[in-house]
Design a protein. Sequence first.
Length: 362
Amino acid sequence: MQAVEKNAKEVVLEKLNKKPLIISGPCSAETEAQVIETAQRLANTGKVDMLRAGIWKPRTRPGSFEGIGTKGLPWLQQAKKLTGLPTTVEVATAKQTEDALHFDVDMLWIGARTTVNPFSVQEVADALRGADVPVLIKNPINPDLELWTGAVERVAKAGIKKIGLIHRGFSSYGNTDYRNAPMWHLAIEMKRRNPELIMINDPSHICGRRDILLEVAQKAIDLDYDGLMIESHIDPDNAWSDAKQQVTPEKLAEMLDAIVWRKEDVNSEAFHAALEKLRQQINHLDDEMMQLLSQRMKLAEKIGQYKKENNITILQTSRWNEILERAFVRGEKIGLGKEFITKYFDAVHMESINHQNKIMNA
């Protein structure tokens, strides 16, 4: 028995070290037949490494389908027995964690609604003590890297050796393009802080609809993510939860075939030499930009001094609108997007305000 368990763990670790790691399965386990057929059809594609299924579903409002519960875990066991696909589920409480471990789920993940609450993360972490199971941690719903980092630290302190990250996007006011705004820069920063952790992208929850899954998945691969978690259902339109973002196993296979799988590096002296030359030019331009920004802040400080002497407020809304409109016009002419211009000038403006504030309240 011990040898079988050891081999199963070795298989899971081997898959976690594989790149790309592909995890797929239904948003929710609905019936035993649905879980098993999904697993078999995913296995038949030859492209999926692990089977996922939602057993417990944290819903925004009561009355929605909140998961089949613990009785669905034996279905996953049977699906694994029939297909050989290791299994993974989301857990949010100590009881769910204990049940998942009892039914030999191969990997657990902590969802976005749990990551946002340190008390909940700690409860799961305490239940994980002594367990030898990989744990992936989704980003919190709100764009807060400290909460994400805190969840990683709590799970690590529980003795979990293999931890990974799942980027599933963030809630943002006024967001219309995606179900959850990807905010790629936050995921990139989290990866920079934790280069030893695998980073999986979850296009299903970022997109909220199947027609743009490929676009988001491709960008994740272009950014050197370690894999993808994509929801798959045998009858997506009639799924009990998140119907619009799921695809059939066969459509999933088509999408994976359409992705251009990038390499992290290439063994070519000419390539590296050319890249290094371009990077040095970027370094030179970055240095010049820093010098220009420093000069800009010195001018802002002089303006702050004049405002102080004349008892004028720091923020001048009309002037700020003038700067932005001017930047939008010039940016469009030279190929810079409006969103980038806005974020860049917002950052510069706040730094300018901070410099003026120091002068005015010295």
